[in-house]
Design a protein around this ligand. Sequence first.
Ligand code: PEP
Ligand code: MG
Length: 327
Amino acid sequence: RRAVFAALKDELPITRDGHRITVMVNAGLRDDVAALDVTGADGIGLFRTEFQFLVSATLPARAQQLRLYRDVLDAAGTRPVIFRTVDIGGDKALPYLNREDEEEENPAMGWRALRLALDRGGLMKVQARALLEAAAGRTLSVMFPMVSEPWEFEEARALFEAQREWMRARGKILPSEIRYGAMLEVPALAEMLDVLLPRLDFLSIGTNDLTQFLFAADRAHPKLAERYDWLSPAILRFLARVEAPVRAAGKPLAVCGEMGGRPLEAMALIGLGIERLSITPAAVGPIKAMVRSLDRAALQAHMATLLTTPPRDMRTTLTAWAADNGV
Ligand code: PEP
Ligand code: MG
């Protein structure tokens, strides 16, 4: 099968009924970018910038950040890269940022990601400058993690825009275009899409965090790992309710959680109308194979019925549909 997937490198993820799915990879280190050539993926849908912070003993300086971001953009070439601003704090605590006496009871729901970055504006300013400089003369796509309310997205974008003005005033070369996106990981944000959507350029659903918050189930707890299924009707219905307004607003919508890297789960996402996946590089071959065997229109009709009257076991039902339909 490995040989089969390798052979798919140059094949496009197009469904049997002619629908192009965008398959990107998740990355976090400089060397991860090589996965683009190995897999033939469409770009990097999630670059986890906190990795550089996690492997560093001190706060990475702007020059260090700049070098990494520029290397990543150079290696990606014409393929798009979406940089996620740091998702640190909580369980990814850094000794040089988080004090031991500030240890948290619920780190996943704690002072992390954009919450920390907005409170520590200096840290995000440095990252914004590094990203803006790295993307001089080209497109910069940046997205913010753990946005819980639209104002947080607004504030983060304003911080980037202020840095852009600062650079413009000093005659620096700016990105040719800046695209701002939010991650949907906190359920509350789904209730505010009408307010949020006009302000952003794209949305990416982080199903790892979203699932733990929807089910109130720690994503790292071994006793809960098998308990809630990504294919449960609650999750699929939730995603469907997000997909509709995002589509209506004409904004690109991706899923960048691990869910999208599993063929059956990815099939269900496509059945909900999601057309962009960002996944672990090893999953690109299997996902492309699934996409190429799929009749999207037939699946979407089936999914609509399943969401209206959910079967007792969605996984078994979808597995059977896949088998019956040559997926
Ligand atoms: C997610 O939460 O689904 C996600 C992609 O972000 P991370 O796994 O880095 O929290
Ligand atoms: Mg997350």
